[in-house]
Ligand binder design. Sequence first.
Ligand SMILES: Nc1ncnc2c1ncn2[C@@H]1O[C@H](COP(=O)(O)OP(=O)(O)OP(=O)(O)O)[C@@H](O)[C@H]1O
Length: 475
Amino acid sequence: MEVDCKRIWGNCLSVIKDNIPQISYQTWFEPIVPVKIDKDVLTIQVPSLFFYEYLEEQYIDLLSKTLRKELGVNAKLEYNVVMDNAHMANQQPYTLNFPTSNKADLRNRPVSVTNQEKPDIRNPFVIPGIKRLNVDPQLNGDYSFENFVEGECNRLARSASLAVAKNPGKTAFNPLFLYGNSGLGKTHLAQSIGIEVKRNMPEKTVLYVNANKFQTQFTDSVRNNSQNDFLNFYQMIDVLIIDDVQEFAGKTKTQNTFFHIFNHLHQSGKQLILTCDKAPVELHGMEDRLLSRFKWGLSADLQIPDFETRVSILNKKIYKDGLTVPEEVVYYIASNVVNNVRELEGALISLLAQATLNKKEITFETAKQIIDKLVKKTSKELSIDSISQTVCDYFGLELDILQSKTRKREIVQARQIAMFFSKGLTNSSLSTIGAKIGKKDHATVLHACKAINNLIETDKDFKGQIKEIEAQLKS
Ligand SMILES: Nc1ncnc2c1ncn2[C@@H]1O[C@H](COP(=O)(O)OP(=O)(O)OP(=O)(O)O)[C@@H](O)[C@H]1O
């Protein structure tokens, strides 16, 4: 029987080898072990669930044809998936029912997962010398929930993050997609989840990784022919945090790999947390199947904090660092550095640094000088408000009219133009722009941008007006 299955699989392989590139053959077929043959059913053993998914997606037609040639029209294929012991420590071997692919010729291909000894997986985060895989979660202890100040700007994102941290993989927020402009606390919040999970459930494998690092590891694994290690590693994470997923844009192979990791983790009830500088709907260069998965759970945005929240953030930092800063100085910073929490913290740090260097007390006057210099650099940046004002001035409209519910054509168009320029000339997200211009949602802003682009292409006079407004904005 064993000889039979080896012979039959050997025959299949010789056909497969002639039909695919050598590197694909080595990667995807050489690691397969034929296990048994039972009438029309051939069982093969594959090293991971990803492997199985990949074969199903890429090679099912070829597998189907070759197997039918050997076993006749009723040929069926069964997969045994080998998992490592560390991962399976608390689980029973089980059989999974995967949805069969549309292209499937070989119906009802059961997949069984077998618990077998397997060497430790090589990856950059494993602490060496420990038998059970011990993954360094790459968390920064400062980014805890305790150090994160709650405000109107982050309420939904924070409470969803707390819910996820209490019950990773068990809430509807999977994936949890945190998005917003730079420096508004996405990384901090995502890391808070990891820290909380590790604190309450130390046995869980948590990993924070930046999308760029993921991409580099993936490329390295392709170069070193260790893709399986890479995949096995990521597929055993319980809580996976990927920061800045917009970095995957345009990187098809990385997206493809991440897609399989995502599917595997999601199907296994593991938690995914993604951060991004845009809402899923605004992400370009990303495969639709991945984008649709990003929307499966909850997308929550982080907005610019209001004055009170900015003051609380500064006070928290001052208290944590054991400093004393006069209240009026705190208020001055909070009133002048408004768009970015990182810049807010940066302003405080440079104030303290200058005071220490000059051996001077922090007074309102010294603070004002330093902050004014810092703010000057950014004051020329356009804001949604200044854009709205310029557009209204151009058309001779009152600024308030943009907020009204009127459907008058010229007002609707002025609103759309303000949205169009805000999208192009500021870093604000679509939802922030919508909220500020007429209390609209991100879809309305997206529609506005499309409408204006269409008009620019089709209407010469309109294009001229847009050019004039643009010149005024940039002057
Ligand atoms: N609500 C908050 N409470 C306390 N600190 C905050 C808050 N929001 C942001 N911060 C701090 O601001 C800094 C920038 O935050 P973070 O790095 O999380 O931003 P980000 O949105 O991930 O930015 P980027 O997209 O540029 O990576 C960090 O030091 C973080 O601790």
